[in-house]
Design a protein around this ligand. Structure first.
Ligand code: FAD
Length: 489
């Protein structure tokens, strides 16, 4: 099976708001069965050592880790008609490609950087010029510097609450956040309530909430404070460096290239359009998976996806209480990503920065134009609350905001492209968070296997959870868990 980047990136899945190019090319790709002796007949029964459910970065990293450890008898079962999950390219005739999911890589996100390096994928500078500008009632402010005598009350307020976050997050254990001192107390207050209690100005409250909301998407009045502190801790660079450490680099060719390259190496072990509907008998000497293309018998299975997405699979026997509670309880909402494309970066030399948090409407915007200025490119994110609007309405909102943030001409791009993960059937979100109480009650089940089922997906990572790096680490971790068990048996 040839999984060329262009073929896989050209699709017109329900995710895309425009483009008439279909996936016929990919759908017509038939799995070549000749190279994998374990795979007998895709419509009937397949026997493998390890079945991986989900061909996102987590699942493909798990498969690659196992493959490199000598496990050839494996299969990746992906429900979509492309690998990559929340990282995939859309081919663009003028600017080559648009990354429709994960885009930036931080300097300390070494797992994803090393994986990219293995495949010769080069990085380029991802940083945006100028300080981050925060809007509030039509005024733009820089708040990420330590306050001095000229700072406003709101800037000082922002600095003090950021410092509190930093201090508190240092007390959280990344391996076992439920053992943090005062864990129960921290887990039973919402991040929103805690922020309200620890700020004195509405501006600082708005700024901090918008900065956090972008990373975890959830409504902070429904997110556990302990979860938020744990999330900050898994970033391992703390709170102050919230931006720069996560936008240091971009990958040349797009982040999708990683999973495409792995898929090329794995060949017919990757099966697209192959949703797993049921996972049964996982306590016996093997696991049975019912998929759209037949039955798989595996010694072990890795479920590699958002916990909430795993809830769409039927498990028999039912999962233990705490595992099921995690699947049911993870929130899953999504910022809506959009691009605007211009003949050149019209705003260069006219605005102070290339990174803005706009509060009305609530969007975050990055200038992603290439250094040579050969075209202008903005990447924006709408708050999930705008999901109820249709694309035309959101586009108008974006144009209004861009003309305020940049220059009037920014409201007239050559093209507007958007993607709403809230509308996607098999990856129902962008990043995720936990409500109060769940981390202390069921957190211990995050990475705990159930019989022969192992878990991956960025949400289960001990480092850089919710990021691509976390996805890679979670996949590698699950693969290592299985390899250790294989050694013992
Ligand atoms: C718009 C957006 C922007 C982002 N920006 C960044 C960024 O700049 N930097 C960063 O580090 N991270 C970013 N992220 C987050 C990053 O993309 C994710 O953390 C990462 O890609 C998650 O990978 P994963 O493998 O854990 O999950 P996924 O990518 O969700 O993979 C899960 C896979 O499982 C498949 N699946 C689900 N159910 C089934 C089933 N029953 N049977 C078979 N297959 C199934 C899905 O189709 C999917 O392919 C962004 C995410 C989004 C959506």
């Amino acid at each position: 099976m040839i999984l060329s980047s262009s073929a896989l990136a050209e699709g017109n899945s329900p995710l895309f708001s425009s483009s008439a190019i279909g996936f016929q090319q990919i759908n017509s790709l038939k799995v070549n069965m000749s190279n994998t002796s374990e795979i007998v007949d895709q419509q009937q029964t397949t026997n493998v050592s390890v079945a991986i459910v989900g061909g996102g970065l987590a699942g493909m990293s798990a498969a690659w880790e196992l493959f490199n450890a000598g496990i050839r008898s494996l299969v990746v079962l992906e429900g979509n008609d492309y690998v990559g999950g929340r990282t995939f390219n859309r081919v663009h005739s003028k600017i080559n490609y648009l990354e429709m999911g994960g885009t930036w890589v931080g300097a300390t996100q070494t797992a994803v950087l090393e994986l990219a390096q293995q495949f010769g994928i080069q990085t380029k500078d991802g940083k945006v010029d100028g300080p981050t500008m925060y809007g509030y009632q039509n005024t733009w402010t820089v708040i990420e510097r330590l306050p001095d005598e000229h700072s406003s009350l709101a800037q000082q307020d922002f600095a003090q609450i950021s410092a509190k976050f930093e201090l508190l997050s240092q007390t959280v254990s990344v391996e076992a956040p439920w053992t943090t001192p005062n864990a129960i107390e921290l887990d039973h207050i919402t991040a929103g309530d805690w922020i309200a209690q620890n700020t004195t100005t509405a501006e600082a409250r708005t700024w901090i909430e918008s900065r956090i909301r972008h990373r975890i998407a959830g409504n902070l009045n429904q997110v556990s404070l302990l979860f938020l502190l744990y999330f900050i801790r898994t970033r391992d660079t703390g709170f102050y460096s919230f931006q720069w450490d996560e936008t240091a680099y971009r990958l040349i060719g797009g982040t999708h290239t990683i999973t495409l390259k792995i898929a090329e190496r794995l060949g017919d072990r990757v099966r697209l359009n192959n949703r797993v509907r049921r996972i049964t008998d996982y306590h016996s000497d093997g696991v049975c998976l019912t998929t759209d293309q037949g039955i798989i018998h595996a010694k072990y299975v890795i479920v590699a996806m958002m916990p909430k997405d795993a809830g769409k699979i039927h498990f028999n026997p039912p999962l233990p209480e705490h595992h099921q509670a995690l699947i049911d309880g993870w929130q899953q909402t999504s910022w809506i990503k959009f691009y605007t494309i211009y003949p050149r970066p019209l705003w260069w030399g006219k605005v102070e920065s290339g990174h803005f948090y706009c509060m009305e409407p609530q969007i975050e915007v990055f200038d992603a134009s290439p250094l040579d200025g050969s075209h202008g490119l903005l990447i924006g994110f709408f708050d999930p609350k705008y999901s109820y609007l249709d694309e035309t309405e959101r586009r108008s909102l974006a144009m209004e905001a861009l003309s305020k943030i940049f220059i009037a001409e920014a409201a007239h791009p050559d093209e507007y492209v958007e993607i709403d993960y809230n509308k996607q059937a098999w990856t129902g979100g962008c990043v995720a968070a936990l409500p109060p109480g769940l981390l202390t009650q069921s957190g211990h089940a995050l990475r705990e296997p159930v019989g022969r089922i192992y878990w991956a997906g960025t949400e289960r990572s001990m480092r850089w959870m919710n990021y691509m790096d976390g996805a890679v680490r979670s996949g590698q971790y699950a693969a290592q868990q299985i390899l250790s068990r294989m050694t013992l048996t």
